[in-house]
Ligand binder design. Structure first.
Ligand SMILES: *[C@@H]1O[C@H](CO)[C@@H](O)[C@H](O)[C@H]1NC(C)=O
Ligand SMILES: *[C@@H]1O[C@H](CO)[C@@H](O)[C@H](O)[C@H]1NC(C)=O
Ligand SMILES: *[C@@H]1O[C@H](CO)[C@@H](O)[C@H](O)[C@H]1NC(C)=O
Ligand SMILES: *[C@@H]1O[C@H](CO)[C@@H](O)[C@H](O)[C@H]1NC(C)=O
Ligand SMILES: CC(=O)N[C@H]1CO[C@H](CO)[C@@H](O)[C@@H]1O
Length: 696
């Protein structure tokens, strides 16, 4: 194929005539003058003080939505695919899978959506819901979710959101604590609800988004009234009631987050909080507007999705609903030969969490490798060329080469997500540099990587679309201040060089009012300074790059989130594994970039030497003994025994270990005088060993 030769020749020729246009580094975050605890603070360069709203006179999500509906009345807003058929496919080994044949998107305009929202709001009231009571939405992301949310907002009803995947105990706790009286759910969730109906004392009404309400609902016996979403809308159409709009300071949502430990905590966010983040995020999506189509499939109970959908519906763009299992043509639930959500919708914008982007990347690589031969070579050549270009070599300016590779190679990859993606919002966890680059290159779309927490209403930082660096999360959003404060125990100081480091504290109108019915925890992590600014203490450790971008480098609490969302409490696991007689000291290492944990183990001299002599294992000195395969194996097995005793989860257990012969002492600087691990120092001292553990 001559394309291969062209691919090499063109860039060579072009490099001869191209000029050096490498740009001066852009200042993205600038120093800010703030109150409160001393530290180093920055703000977005576009604003002088945190933005509260991007729309003049708009102070709540309800007003924002109404304004957009008037402005864009005849444009499409919500799209849902028609279900053509549901089929069961049986694989060769006899397992059966449900496959869906989905048709085209059917659209509701802004005007029609507004009608549906008003009807739902009125219907809810007619159905018996008093507006001082809270309603919960417990369902997968879909059109009705959005309508129910906006419907509640118009009546100043606080919405409790719950992850559809939450366990029974957490579900009970959330509904109990907020004294929810009406639950709005899908029929799948209804079954879960019925199962625990005995423990739900406050629930009186259930609105099922699907028409096929399971008939065997013993909960009727509990006095629940169950009705369908369509019926509530009809009820409202026949009995319209005036809106009862909230104020900016009224609580819009109580969002239950899957906590790292114990029961989930409900974060209370006001209309003002969410509006500030929506306004902030608007500035980071370049030219967002009427021509954009957004593919919605992340859980609405995730703050990133909630903010994204409210933003899309404010600027005249359209939202097409999908699901993680039907996203692409090859997704699990899509019937062979029919279209996935992305190919049908051809979205321009998407939000994603790192786990999903990792999956896209792995899928593409698998396909490329399976093809092999020339097309594999071409792919890798194209990829390498683009990588060099993006990473700032002087070829970056070569638009011609980029166009060529796009035409030859990446067009096909882009088609997987419909071919028109121009921007991806990523949040929820740090994205690995590899995946970020891969998506940049293959999809040709910048990724806005955000950092924020439910507690700050996802407000925090967001990387600029023209920032091609990796591993950083950008400057503060226009609605946030980011401050670093000293954490001497951890060895992170704002005076560190070359960059200021410390605990990340987020301030601004986006910072939520606190945890529901948990004042103690709220006082612990939220503070108001002498100027009235609210700050949230994240417990994350970061550093500021010279251009004002933040990089997350550690976590204060020794709790680490693995890439697939499981939490590992390092201290807990270490305490359990210290039970092994062979262990003198141990440091578990886990991070969001690797699916498993590893450990550095300081071996106990006497115990290991005794074992070696019993086994008749020859060795000249202790370090040599620690290097031996069989020794490592013996210690690892002993750790496993302790892990089982302590009932650790599989993901908590170190998949690989490195045996160290020298003890960790305060003199060596690896532990404190009280013999507590200095994690960062140890990590640095043994960086090579840790890398080897992950690489082998
Ligand atoms: C391009 O110019 C920048 C400074 O403007 C310089 O640092 C860089 O080395 C130059 N690159 C090449 C390839 O000449
Ligand atoms: C909205 O509802 C809350 C809670 O019921 C109430 O405290 C608040 O006053 C209401 N806001 C308005 C504007 O009525
Ligand atoms: C919910 O509250 C009721 C009583 O108020 C109690 O019986 C039940 O155990 C509670 N459930 C949970 C999960 O907290
Ligand atoms: C209902 O509860 C039973 C036992 O408590 C459990 O086995 C079953 O999976 C539950 N069903 C649903 C839909 O959660
Ligand atoms: C709810 C909340 O935190 N509101 C605060 C938002 O930020 C402004 C200052 O920018 C404060 O005055 C509010 O109290």
């Amino acid at each position: 194929m001559s394309a291969y030769i062209v691919g090499i020749l063109v860039p060579l020729i072009v490099t001869l005539i191209i000029r050096n246009n490498s740009k001066k580094e852009k200042q993205r975050g600038v120093p800010a003058d703030v109150g409160g605890e001393p530290g180093v603070a920055i703000r977005n360069h576009r604003v002088t003080s945190p933005v509260t709203t991007a729309w003049e006179g708009v102070t709540t999500l309800a007003e924002l939505f109404e304004l957009a509906c008037k402005q864009y009345r005849d444009r499409y807003l919500l799209g849902t695919r028609k279900l053509i058929s549901r089929e069961v496919e049986i694989t060769e080994d006899g397992r059966s899978f449900e496959k869906l044949h989905l048709g085209e998107y059917e659209w509701l305009t802004y005007g029609k959506t507004f009608e549906a929202v008003c009807n739902f709001a009125s219907g809810l009231s007619k159905f018996g819901h008093v507006k001082e009571e809270r309603a919960a939405i417990f369902a997968d992301t879909r059109e009705e979710w959005f309508i129910a949310l906006q419907g509640c907002f118009r009546r100043n009803i606080t919405v409790v959101t719950i992850y559809a995947s939450l366990g029974e105990e957490a579900l009970c706790h959330s509904l109990n604590e907020t004294e929810v009286t009406t639950v709005i759910c899908g029929h799948k969730e209804l079954r879960k609800l019925v199962n625990i109906s005995g423990q739900l004392d406050t629930v009186k009404r259930v609105i099922c988004m699907d028409d096929d309400i399971p008939s065997e609902t013993p909960s009727i016996a509990h006095g629940w009234t169950i009705t369908s979403f369509a019926d509530v809308e009809r009820l409202g159409r026949e009995n319209p009631i005036d809106a009862d709009l909230p104020l900016s300071s009224d609580v819009a949502v109580i969002m239950y987050t899957s906590g790292s430990t114990g029961l989930p905590k409900g974060v209370m966010m006001t209309h003002g909080n969410v509006l500030a983040t929506v306004s902030g995020v608007m500035t980071i999506v370049p030219n967002i507007g009427e021509n954009d189509i957004y593919l919605a499939y992340l859980p609405m109970a995730h703050i990133l999705e909630l903010v994204a959908e409210n933003l899309i519906a404010a600027v005249g763009s359209a939202i097409g609903y999908g699901s993680p299992l039907t996203l692409t043509d090859t997704s699990n639930k899509i019937k062979k030969g029919t279209k996935g959500d992305a190919t049908e919708l051809m979205p321009t914008l998407m939000a994603a969490v790192p786990a999903i982007l990792d999956r896209v990347r792995d899928g593409v690589l698998k396909k490329v490798n399976a093809k092999g031969g020339l097309s594999k070579k071409l792919f890798h050549l194209a990829y390498t060329r683009r990588l060099h270009a993006i990473e700032g070599s002087w070829l970056g300016a070569c638009g011609l080469e980029k166009a060529l590779w796009n035409f030859l190679v990446f067009k096909k990859v882009r088609a997987i997500l419909g071919g028109r993606i121009r921007f991806i919002l990523s949040g929820g966890a740090p994205l690995s540099s590899d995946t970020q680059r891969f998506i940049n290159i293959c999809l040709g779309a910048p990724i806005g990587q955000g950092y924020g927490l439910t507690e700050t209403c996802a407000g925090g930082t967001f990387s600029d679309f023209d920032d091609t660096s990796v591993g950083r999360v950008g400057p503060p959003l226009p609605c946030s201040y980011i401050k670093l404060i000293d954490w001497p125990e951890g060895g992170y100081l704002t005076g560190d060089s070359p960059m200021a480091r410390g605990e990340i504290v987020i301030g601004g109108p986006n910072v939520t009012v606190g945890y529901f019915k948990n004042e103690e925890k709220t006082r612990e992590t939220y503070k108001v300074d002498e100027r009235g600014m609210r700050w949230f203490y994240t417990g994350d450790i970061g550093r500021f790059h010279p251009d004002g971008c933040l990089e997350i480098i550690d976590r204060k609490k020794d709790i680490v989130k693995l890439p697939h969302g499981e939490y590992v409490s390092l201290g807990k696991v270490e305490a359990a594994l210290l039970g092994s007689p062979y262990v003198d000291n141990i440091m578990l290492h886990a991070d969001p970039f690797h699916p498993f944990a590893v450990a550095l183990v300081v071996a106990s001299h006497p115990a290991l030497e005794e074992w070696a002599s019993r086994q008749g294992i020859p060795y000249s000195d202790f370090p040599e003994l620690c290097m031996k395969q069989e020794t490592v194996k013996e210690v690892h097995a002993s750790l496993l025994k302790e892990a089982k005793k302590a009932r650790l989860e599989k993901f908590e257990f170190p998949a690989k270990i490195k045996l160290l012969s020298d003890p960790w002492t305060p003199e060596s600087g690896l532990v404190t005088a009280a013999l507590k691990l200095k994690r960062e120092v140890i990590r640095k001292a043994f960086a090579e060993e840790l890398n080897k553990l992950y690489a082998s």
